[in-house]
Design a protein around this ligand. Structure first.
Ligand SMILES: Nc1ncnc2c1ncn2[C@@H]1O[C@H](COP(=O)(O)OP(=O)(O)OP(=O)(O)O)[C@@H](O)[C@H]1O
Ligand SMILES: [Mg+2]
Length: 247
């Protein structure tokens, strides 16, 4: 069974086709990178998968269930592209926000309550937010807020983690630790990851597949050759800036 199974999905806004005839399967344990130009439809695709867009054509199944019947949302963690605006007086602290992610968690994931708390601390350390834990969420900077939202998605212990350019505004050192943490979650816990990014070089050694979304979806089965792939050159114009990150 595929965790995400999309068949001939099309989606239009005001008679403009944003997504056309997209078919895609994500299997348990996959680490899929989604790339493509600005406006290509990446965010629209994940928002549609998450049931946020109505009126699409085609079929979407999550964990084997048709999207319209899917209810087990605790299985999915999502970090949206844009930092949500929160009133600076909203009476909820960083620590409370992160722990909220835990409410819908899957109990069997953890051997003990202690292990669970250790994980929350580890996630907060990794994202460098422990010193912010008693601050109100609405008072934080954009990058700090984004780090809290990432922590929140991670502690919900999802089976599928969807990240839409989660690093917007997050500093590079935190990003690096975050990437290696995600890789560990994927390899050691078997968490399936769908990662939308413009910076494929930094997760290149973690992913096992890559797709390009530019209204249509273009698959490449071999991530290491994607940089030389004609498709990428066609989509981005040139491929040289994509190679700068390669180590
Ligand atoms: N609510 C909306 N109303 C009208 N057009 C929209 C709406 N949401 C998205 N679009 C259009 O859909 C297209 C795809 O947008 P989308 O945000 O999915 O792209 P993206 O690949 O995520 O881009 P980026 O890399 O900049 O995040 C764009 O042309 C955008 O203008
Ligand atoms: Mg987007």
């Amino acid at each position: 069974m595929s965790i995400v199974d999309i068949h001939e999905l099309s989606y239009s806004i005001d008679n403009i086709t944003i997504l056309e005839n997209i078919s895609l399967q994500v299997q348990k344990g996959d680490y899929l990178a989604v790339v493509g130009p600005n406006g290509g439809g990446k965010s629209t695709l994940v928002n549609t998968i998450l049931g946020l867009n109505r009126g699409y054509k085609g079929s979407i199944k999550l964990f084997g269930d048709p999207l319209k019947e899917f209810k087990r949302w605790e299985k999915i963690g999502f970090v949206p592209q844009r930092v949500i605006e929160i009133d600076s007086k909203f009476p909820i602290t960083v620590h409370e926000t992160v722990k909220l992610g835990r409410i819908s968690s899957l109990r069997q994931f953890w051997r003990s309550h202690k292990e669970e708390n250790v994980f929350i601390d580890e996630v907060m350390e990794m994202l460098k937010i422990p010193h912010l834990k008693d601050r109100l969420i609405g008072e934080l900077s954009g990058g700090q807020k984004q780090r809290v939202m990432i922590a929140r998605a991670l502690v919900s212990k999802p089976e599928l983690l969807i990240l839409d350019e989660p690093n917007t505004g997050v500093d590079q050192e935190t990003q690096r630790e975050f990437y290696s943490f995600l890789k560990r979650l994927n390899r050691e816990k078997g968490i399936t990851i769908v990662f939308i990014t413009h910076d494929i070089g930094v997760i290149e050694d973690s992913i096992n597949s890559i797709v390009t979304v530019n209204r249509e979806l273009i698959k490449s089965n071999n991530p290491t050759t994607i940089f030389n792939c004609k498709v990428m050159r066609d989509v981005y114009g040139i491929d040289s800036h994509l190679q700068n990150h390669r180590h």
